[in-house]
Design a protein around this ligand. Sequence first.
Ligand code: AMP
Ligand code: GLY
Length: 422
Amino acid sequence: MRALIVGGGGREHALAWCLSQSPALEALYVAPGNPGTATLAENVPLDLPAIPGFCREHRIDLVIPGPEAPLVAGLADGLAAAGIPCCGPTAAAARLEGSKLFAKQICDEAGIPTAAWERFDDPHAALDFARRRGAPLVIKADGLAAGKGVTVAATIEEAEAAIRAAMLERAHGDAGRTILIEECLEGDEVSLFALCDGERAALLGAAQDHKRLLDGDRGPNTGGMGAISPPPHFPLEAQLAALDLFVRPALAALARAGTPFRGILFAGLMLTAAGPKLIEYNVRLGDPEAQTLLPRLGADLLPALAAAAAGTLAETALPLRDIATASVVIAARGYPVAPVRGGTIHLDRATLIPHTAIFHAGTTLTDGQLRAAGGRVLTVTGTGPTLAAARAAAYEAAAQIHYEDAIYRTDIGARALAHRAA
Ligand code: AMP
Ligand code: GLY
């Protein structure tokens, strides 16, 4: 198979690393890729409209989109029109992530457990409702807002500020024209991944993200500062039950609406005292969840992705190796608001640490020098027989990375370990 991965972050490097081990692979391209993917595949600088033409010219058998934005913008539709298989949803099905309102409507129609919600198009009605309800509340811009559209408000002042920012100041542009106000769920958060072919779903696995910037789950929300797999309190039986509760009914509802979902469906779940509830859907792998989940895969991912794209998926779960992984995101000082760019990075000593893999995200390579070029710069994944061993490996490698602007959490997986000890 000749495959093209779309994207250039840590998730895409992990995908390239995983697919490059497939005996079925003949050629691998990544658009645009990063210095990490360049060691495994050919990086190609393509903008969205150029992708179908590139695929025809290079006889690509399968396109694997990493991030959501190209999917919401219609990448899969363009590829379908050109007859090129794509393991990602059409723009219509990608609304599951692109519009939080659409996702909630699917939940209600399909009886999927989720936080209670109200929709608002008028700021004064939203403010009124929030004051009547009282904190805590969750305020969400309807559209894509680069991970910044959600405020978990512990006080009514925070809730009001978030409503004003979204609806009056348009802090998230048109994404905040409509907002949702949600009940605040409490519990452990887990990410569930399923491969879907329009009708059928196969379990890919689960992981736990660490969204807050700082140790102890403090500071602002980020794209994710680290992840572990398997997640605590979410055994295989619970994952399979969650597939029936959160994935299959959504697939059926989308198929009924004439917009079947192909690709990877990511259900963000809160394990509440009243059972798991949906926080949100994403239409792709997570980042850094991919870097933590894919190293556990015990089967060839490429044929499974191709089967999902072709509509011929088997419903059996993909086997995961019985090992633990822990991924630590190395970000640039100033992330997520204003990350410092340009700092030099030396990885030589870190790459010598056994049972680790280093995935690139915001890096560039010029004249042989690796430099930081984004907010999340690298992900270090450790593997081991236990979470403690996986963490130790990841942190040993992280400590050997020479990069002055590096910031990272020192407690990835610590809460899970403490739970287990107790
Ligand atoms: P998102 O930007 O949609 O990934 O949401 C960011 C984070 O906000 C989620 O990962 C949760 O930690 C939190 N969150 C979103 N909705 C809720 C909710 N209804 N209750 C509690 N936390 C939530
Ligand atoms: N780590 C969460 C996400 O990829 O959205």
